[in-house]
Design a protein around this ligand. Structure first.
Ligand SMILES: Nc1ncnc2c1ncn2[C@@H]1O[C@H](COP(=O)(O)OP(=O)(O)O)[C@@H](O)[C@H]1O
Ligand SMILES: [Mg+2]
Length: 305
C-alpha cells in the first residue's frame, strides 16, 4: 500500500438511520450484492460491457477535466418492470467497488424517489435539495460513492409531459433541484457514480437522458435466459423440497422456457412458486409439484401478464 493510501485509510460512516429519501445505505463490497450480480441472466457480454463502461468513466473523470470530457458519471438502466434492473444495478455497484478498490471504503446509497416525491405539497423541492445538496454531498466528500436512484421517473418526470393542473409546480421545481444536484455532484466529485433505473424511459426528463453517459436497455429474457432463470429457481426449490426434483430435468426446463415466452424474470420466478400451489391436491406442499403444474402456471402468468 502506498503512503498516501495508508494515510487515507479510515472507517466510513453511514447516513443516519431514517434519513428522508434514503432507502438503503451500506459499505461496499457487499456479499448480498455480489450474489445479485450473478443472479441475473443477461445477453452475452452485457454485464461485462456495463462494468467496463462504469470503470472507464470513473477513471476518466478522475484524470481528465470535465470541460474536455463532460462525463456526468450517470448510467441509466431502462426496461420493462421485472427484467432485473434494480438487482443488476446493485450488483454493478458492488463490482465497481471491487474493481477499483479504494483506501476509503466505497459507500452505496439507494435513493427512494417515492419518499421525496410524496413529501407534502411545496416540500419536495426542499427534500430533493437537502438530499443531493447536504446528505449525498457530505457522503461524497468522505470518499467514493455509488448512488442508485431507483425508478427515477418518479423524481424526474418529463416536465413537458406534465399538465399544470394535474401536477403542482412543485414537481417542476423538484426536477430542477434534482438536475442541479446531480450536476453539482458530478463536477465536484469524480468518485461519485450514479445509477438510475426507469420502467418508463419515455417519461424521463430529456435533461436527465442527455446527462446520462450511458443508457442501457435491459431486455426481456430470451429463451436461453428464461431457461437459466427457471433452472436457477427450481434448483433452489428442489434443494429444500426434494419432491420438486422432476422440474430440474432438461426436457422440463426446455418446455417451460418455451412456455414462458414474453414473461420477465420476476414473473418467471413467481410462476415457479405459483406452480407449487397450482393443484388443490398438493395442499401447497412444494414436494408435490409436477412439470404439468409448472407449464400450467406459466400459461396462467402469460394470460394475466
Ligand atoms: N434476467 C433475469 N435473470 C434472473 N432473474 C431475474 C431477471 N430479471 C428479473 N429477475 C428476478 O426478478 C426479480 C425482480 O428483479 P428487479 O431487479 O427488481 O427488476 P426491475 O428492477 O427491472 O423491476 C428479482 O428477484 C430478480 O432476481
Ligand atoms: Mg426495480
Amino acid at each position: 500500500m502506498s503512503e498516501t493510501a495508508r494515510l487515507h485509510t479510515f472507517p466510513r460512516s453511514l447516513p443516519d438511520e431514517g434519513t428522508q429519501g434514503i432507502a438503503d445505505a451500506r459499505l461496499l463490497p457487499d456479499e448480498e450484492f455480489r450474489e445479485a450480480w450473478s443472479s441475473i441472466a443477461l445477453p452475452t457480454d452485457m454485464r461485462e460491457r456495463m462494468l467496463r463502461a462504469a470503470v472507464a468513466s470513473i477513471r476518466l473523470r478522475q484524470a481528465v477535466p470535465f470541460d474536455a470530457v463532460p462525463l456526468h458519471g450517470i448510467t441509466l438502466l431502462t426496461g420493462a418492470p421485472g427484467v432485473g434492473k434494480t438487482t443488476v444495478a446493485r450488483g454493478l455497484a458492488d463490482k465497481i467497488a471491487r474493481t477499483l478498490g479504494s483506501p476509503t471504503p466505497w459507500l452505496f446509497l439507494e435513493v427512494d424517489p417515492h419518499a421525496l416525491a410524496s413529501a407534502s405539497l411545496g416540500r419536495s423541492q426542499r427534500s430533493v435539495e437537502t438530499l443531493f445538496g447536504t446528505v449525498i454531498e457530505e457522503m461524497a466528500m468522505a470518499g467514493p460513492l455509488v448512488v442508485l436512484v431507483d425508478e427515477v421517473e418518479t423524481l424526474l418526470t418529463d416536465r413537458a409531459a406534465l399538465s399544470m393542473d394535474a401536477n403542482p409546480v412543485d414537481v417542476h421545481r423538484a426536477v430542477d433541484a434534482a438536475l442541479v444536484g446531480l450536476d453539482r455532484l458530478a463536477r465536484r466529485h469524480t468518485e461519485v457514480f450514479v445509477l438510475a433505473t426507469s420502467n418508463f424511459p419515455d417519461a424521463i426528463d430529456p435533461a436527465l437522458a442527455s446527462r446520462a453517459d450511458n443508457v442501457i436497455r435491459v431486455p426481456l429474457p430470451d429463451h436461453t435466459a428464461r431457461r437459466w432463470i427457471l433452472e436457477h429457481t427450481v434448483t433452489a426449490i428442489a434443494r429444500a423440497f426434494p419432491g420438486a426434483h422432476a422440474l430440474t430435468a432438461a426436457e422440463a426446463l426446455d418446455a417451460a422456457a418455451e412456455r414462458g415466452e414474453g414473461l420477465d424474470g420476476r414473473r418467471l420466478r413467481k410462476a415457479v412458486a405459483a406452480a407449487c400451489a397450482y393443484r388443490p391436491e398438493t395442499k401447497g406442499d412444494p414436494n408435490g409439484v409436477t412439470v404439468q403444474d409448472l407449464l400450467g402456471a406459466l400459461d396462467h402468468a402469460r394470460e394475466t401478464a
